[in-house]
Design a protein around this ligand. Sequence first.
Ligand code: PMM
Length: 273
Amino acid sequence: MAANTVAPQIMGILNVTPDSFSDGGRFAEIDDAIARGLQLHEQGADIVDVGGESTRPGAERLPTRAEQARVMPVIRALVDAGVAVSVDTMNADTAAAAAEAGVSVINDVSGGLADPAMYRVVAETGLHYVAMHWRGHSKDMDRLATYDDVVVDVRNELKARLAEMIVSGISPEKVILDPGLGFAKTAEHNWRLLGALDELASLGHPLLIGASRKRFLEEFVPPGAAPVERDPATAIVSTLAAHAGVWAVRVHDVPATRTAFAVWCAWENGRRS
Ligand code: PMM
């Protein structure tokens, strides 16, 4: 009998932002955020991704101090409780503070483009680094969604980032790549990228996919439905991504993702036994 199928890692989303589009800022208070982080862990998240700056389309930048005031107490409390934590930040300063506090992963939606000091900090910490494909800040990203061929262009742009990372002293085995669904991408771009994960994987790095509750899933729910109603569609996209071999998915609904992955594993194991 072949080896059992292994599901991707589940990264649970903890946005400590009053204006996050998808959780409505419900976890803006520090204590609530910590409680939610512990809950994500108990629900089976392999890692809890703590972010303080909203990246929803059109969002304004947040000063680094304000970002750290939001995320650092939450990161410290979760690390103290034994939870594996990643920090979702574009700021090298915040990444360094989070590393000091004990996070395991730096998740940078800008792939190092927003802060020239990021690669140095990542190299110094020796932590895993999620480098997402990115073209510009949230207020500009919709007008940056132009590609000759989205798959070729995203692959080439990630490859250029990788070259810079290596020059900056980041160990290649620490780098995880992410196509950045919804970041300077239309729904059609997202679907093309999801259909071409093999081509992105051919860069030789594990992939992370963040589809959760994103705008491109709104066509599967009634008009005006809240983002939370996109969770079933998210679970299906995450499962198809699992089938395509991704290393991790970043999601709001951890229990639904776990169930979806368990069903997929049972299916695969049945096929192979
Ligand atoms: N998406 C968001 C935030 N952080 N990080 C990675 N690596 N990949 C993503 O796709 C990603 C991310 C925006 O979504 P949210 O506002 O629901 O957290």
